[in-house]
Design a protein around this ligand. Structure first.
Ligand code: ADP
Length: 480
């Protein structure tokens, strides 16, 4: 094979592969800079193919193909220039099309000159033009880009290889005066092969620098274009959502603060009532035998004890605190929550059925798990309240507790509306809500809490409404 042809094939393959990488990374997000770069690579691939054909068959060595070679090689450099210019400020595609027209006239004139003055002078003119474009590219990279771009290490290497290409064009131009023709055809000398090998190597590294640049550099005006930034863009979008949600949940925080302070204020009188009831009972026992009074004092004592317990749970639930993992009885934790939700269940005429086969000792933060339970219960109550009367039989929530090898398994089934099928796959995502005034935070938070516990929460539609299953690691499974 002609020695220059192996270089032409290498270059052709490289341009195709590297443009594939750029296209694959950007796809629909191609900005003008990336588009120009793809054009540059495509034009360079065509130039390489023309050089290959010219060396492969003598028929290809004629004016039209020489003109085409010049057109595509210079067109490629102009595209690189527009590509780096577009990094700082978009250059409209019509300007490139206009320069291609000017280029057409130029290559036509070149062929006229070739006809009258021979090929040698063409090499000088051609390389002067290419060197000027390369100098413009170099200047754009060095002086016309903002600091974040100019400081990117890949643009520095891009500039370095651009400088190499300028030197290459200058050496080719000097060849005119030194009578050394450096062209990629005929019978090239070792020096010419060396020069072209250097040229291809520098160009390849220049393309690679561009890819590196586009992957690492973030355009502050258009940061989401960077393919590696997409996750970041998504995270920022989520953060914005979260902020909006937080503003909305301020209301909820206010209610929590109110509940917490109310609970605090209630606890003292409750303790006093309980103490006074005990004292009165003791005193009464000394002086009289009045079973009715005794019973009612007992009742006051029991009820205020229950109330104090409820208030204590509420306070814990609303207090801000860090995760505290320990072993606790799931049954007890559930009961504390049932005490809180029971008045709502009663007022909404919802029956609670408990199927509790076991009392597993689980490992986790009881308060956080209770928050999950409250979320699921509140949702079940909402779903039953909004379901048309009698839609799924009696208004009922069934709570079952069981266990498997590793986890305690808690199921909460309701006879409500059931989960909207379109929502089901994303029900645990943030801000998914079908309720008017809903936040769509509860289930997302529940999932986050369960993941921190190495447990899980899942949702399906059962025969008569939604079924939530919560799995919490057993204390014994953790200690093993
Ligand atoms: P919110 O209650 O603020 O909407 P959640 O994250 O708690 O936020 O719930 C998200 C959505 O999941 C609800 O809007 C509702 O559409 C659906 N959902 C949750 N629990 C149930 C349930 N038991 N039955 C039917 N749909 C439910």
């Amino acid at each position: 094979m002609h020695p220059i042809n192996s270089l032409a094939i290498t270059y052709l393959l490289f341009t195709l592969v590297s443009s594939g990488i750029i296209y694959g990374a950007f796809r629909k997000n191609l900005d003008n800079s990336a588009k120009y770069f793809l054009i540059a690579e495509l034009f360079m691939a065509i130039t390489s193919a023309i050089i290959f054909m010219q060396n492969h068959s003598p028929d290809w060595y004629r004016s039209e193909t020489l003109a085409a070679g010049n057109f595509f090689s210079i067109g490629s450099e102009i595209a690189v220039l527009f590509s780096v210019q577009s990094l700082a400020k978009n250059v409209a595609i019509r300007r490139y099309i206009f320069s291609l027209f000017a280029l057409l006239i130029y290559v036509f004139l070149i062929e006229v000159i070739r006809h009258y003055f021979g090929s040698k002078i063409i090499i000088l003119i051609h390389n002067t033009v290419i060197a000027s474009i390369s100098i413009s590219i170099f200047i754009t990279c060095k002086f016309k880009s903002d600091t974040s771009l100019a400081n990117n290490r890949f643009i520095k290497s891009f500039r370095f290889f651009e400088m190499g290409l300028i030197i290459f064009s200058v050496v080719r131009g000097i060849g005119y005066f030194a009578n050394t023709v450096i062209v990629p055809r005929d019978n090239p000398s070792t020096f010419v092969i060396f020069m072209f090998t250097l040229y291809v190597t520098m160009s390849v590294f220049r393309y690679m620098s561009y890819i590196g640049l586009r992957i690492t550099w973030v355009d502050p005006k258009n940061w989401s274009i960077n393919p590696l930034n997409r996750d970041l863009a998504k995270a920022i979008e989520e953060k914005d959502h979260l902020l909006r949600g937080l503003i909305a949940s301020n209301r909820v925080i206010g209610i929590s603060a109110l509940a917490s302070s109310l609970a605090h204020q209630l606890s003292q009188p409750l303790t006093a009532i309980s103490l006074q009831a005990d004292r009165s009972r003791r005193e009464l026992a000394k002086t009289s035998d009045n079973p009715v009074l005794m019973n009612s004092l007992d009742e006051i004592s029991t009820q205020s004890g229950k109330l104090a317990e409820l208030v204590k749970n509420l306070r814990q639930l609303f207090s801000s605190r860090n995760y505290e993992f320990h072993s606790f009885s799931l049954h007890k934790a559930c009961h504390e929550i049932l005490d809180i939700v029971e008045p709502t269940l009663q007022s909404k005429r919802i029956t609670l059925t408990q199927r509790i086969d076991t009392d597993p000792l689980v490992h986790g933060d009881a308060i956080q798990i209770q928050q999950v339970l409250i979320n699921v219960f509140n949702n079940a109550i909402d779903a039953i309240s909004t379901a048309p009367e009698g839609l799924n039989g009696p208004r009922e929530i069934v709570l079952s507790i069981g266990q498997n090898e590793q986890n305690a398994v808690l199921r909460i089934e309701d006879s409500g509306t059931g989960i909207d099928p379109s929502l089901l796959p994303s029900i645990f995502e943030l801000y998914k809500t079908t309720k008017q005034g809903g936040l769509g935070v509860g289930l997302w938070l529940s999932k986050t809490i369960m993941e921190r516990h190495h447990g899980s929460i899942t949702a399906v539609n059962g025969s008569s409404g939604a079924v939530f299953e919560i799995q919490i690691p057993l204390a014994k499974a953790i200690s093993e």
